[in-house]
Design a protein around this ligand. Structure first.
Ligand SMILES: Cc1ncc(C[n+]2csc(CCOP(=O)(O)OP(=O)(O)O)c2C)c(N)n1
Ligand SMILES: [Mg+2]
Length: 433
């Protein structure tokens, strides 16, 4: 399966967006707010009447995809190169490599029976670093589950990741959730939940509250193209448009929803094409080009805050890993497809080539960072594994503000049970009261 890119290096600036799409939206909003029904009807029909029936066909031409660097890491149009100096791209690269190392080690550890579940972000690193670097730290993040790099960029430590995956006593969720369900109030990252797309209307609610309280912050909500098929996605898009909320809908279109390829998930032009139906502006970018993602997120943020309106941003990428440790993708995709993406359109290699060409990185630094990343991950891993599990009663707390009666009864029953059969439980590995 191939995702076809439609190359475009048009100037990406807010002025460009305003010229090419926002005017008409603002005009229709102002008419609607006048409340005159006849005017609204006239505006909606644009005074254009036809006397023959014609189907309105979906547009033949796909929405173009914005790209800054080519597959070898060469900048296509100099004016599009982000002007953030050498520190940020190097940091992005180091962060990508660290994420890859953590992903590989934790994925293997599930196979060894040390944690119960895992999924990696391999192939989608640029969507994480590019978007995270373009946000302010107090912008609120709602994620799906394949966005660990965003958290890593924000300062979630390796110990935080490992403690959550192990569900040990340092896990803020006290082991209540499956591995990879991270969250951090300190880092403005809302805790993940497994049911797909629930984060979308929640994100719109947060954005609405930021608007009502005049906070200069936006919300970014990440989701997969598969999750966009859920009803919650519709509710979120429509509320965001009608209530005019400063939210960036960041879709990672990685080609699959577990084993279902995207060409079996929808027949339209991806997720960006849906934006027009909601009266939302859209951007489609090469999600394997970290600079394209950076520029697009930056402009989406600027637009969302300036107009208090949503943006749908679709990043075209590819899920290189299996869906998760519960999946074997060799059953539904070919080794050649995978090889193509790993070798010819690899976001990490593209950024590395860019850095090498500018002497911002060297093969020696590569070796040193690889060794250091592995050491850091293994040390954090060992620390997490040796920590005690949370006090077991914690499974009943922090779900409801006050523990309801039926759960109190269950807790009491469990206390008696554990007391009676304590020789069968590894109580020494749990924290005591
Ligand atoms: C409501 C709901 N339905 C089904 C699932 C099972 N499920 C988990 S992940 C997934 C695929 C999601 O694909 P996508 O949104 O494209 O994200 P990706 O895994 O590709 O990053 C499905 C169907 C779920 N978690 N929640
Ligand atoms: Mg997907």
């Amino acid at each position: 399966m191939k995702v076809n890119y439609f190359l475009n290096t048009a100037r990406l600036s807010l002025a460009y967006l305003e010229k090419n799409g926002c005017h008409s939206l603002r005009r229709s909003f102002s008419v609607l707010s006048s409340g005159n029904a006849a005017e609204v009807f006239e505006e909606k029909t644009s005074g254009r009447w036809i006397d023959k029936l014609e189907f309105v066909e979906p547009s033949e031409a796909p929405i173009p995809t914005y790209r800054v660097m080519d597959l070898s890491g060469r900048i296509i149009d100099k004016s599009q190169e982000p002007q953030f100096g050498p520190k940020i791209p190097v940091e992005m690269y180091r962060c990508m490599a660290l994420l890859n190392t953590m992903d590989r080690i934790l994925y293997e550890s599930q196979g060894q029976g040390r944690i119960s579940f895992y999924l990696t972000s391999l192939g989608e690193e640029a969507t994480h670093m590019g978007s995270a670097a373009a946000l302010n730290s107090d912008d609120l993040v709602y994620a799906q589950y394949r966005e660990s790099g965003v958290l890593l960029w924000r300062g979630y430590s390796l110990d935080d990741f490992m403690s959550q995956c192990y569900g040990n006593c340092d896990d803020r969720g006290c082991g209540k959730q499956m591995p990879i369900h991270y969250g951090s109030r300190r880092l403005n990252f809302v805790t993940l939940s497994s049911p797909l797309a629930t984060q979308l209307p929640q994100a719109v609610g947060s954005a609405y509250s930021f608007k009502l309280t005049n906070q200069p912050r936006c919300v970014i909500v990440y989701f997969g193209e598969g999750a966009a098929s859920e009803g919650d996605a519709h509710a979120a898009f429509n509320f965001a448009a009608t209530l005019e909320c400063p939210v960036i809908f960041f879709c990672r279109n990685n080609g699959f929803a577990i084993s279902t390829p995207s060409d079996e998930q929808y027949k339209g032009d991806g997720i960006a094409a849906r934006a027009a139906g909601y009266g939302i502006v859209a951007l489609r970018v090469d999600g394997n080009d970290v600079f394209a993602v950076y520029n697009a997120t930056q402009i989406a943020r600027e637009y969302a805050l300036k107009y208090n309106k949503p943006v749908i941003l679709e990043a075209m990428t590819y899920r290189v890993s299996h869906h998760s440790t519960s999946d074997d993708s060799t059953a539904y995709r070919s080794a050649e497809d995978l090889k193509h993406w790993q070798e010819h359109n690899n976001p990490v290699k593209r950024l590395k080539n860019y850095l090498l060409a500018r002497n911002l990185w060297s093969e020696q630094q590569e070796t040193e960072w690889a060794t250091s990343a592995r050491k850091q991950v293994l040390e954090a891993f060992a620390r997490a594994e040796s920590k005690l599990k949370p006090q077991w009663q914690e499974m009943f707390t922090d779900v409801y503000r006050d523990i309801p009666n039926h759960l109190m009864k269950q807790m009491k029953y469990m206390e008696e049970h554990v007391e009676e059969y304590k020789q069968h439980y590894p109580l020494d590995s749990f924290k005591k009261n």
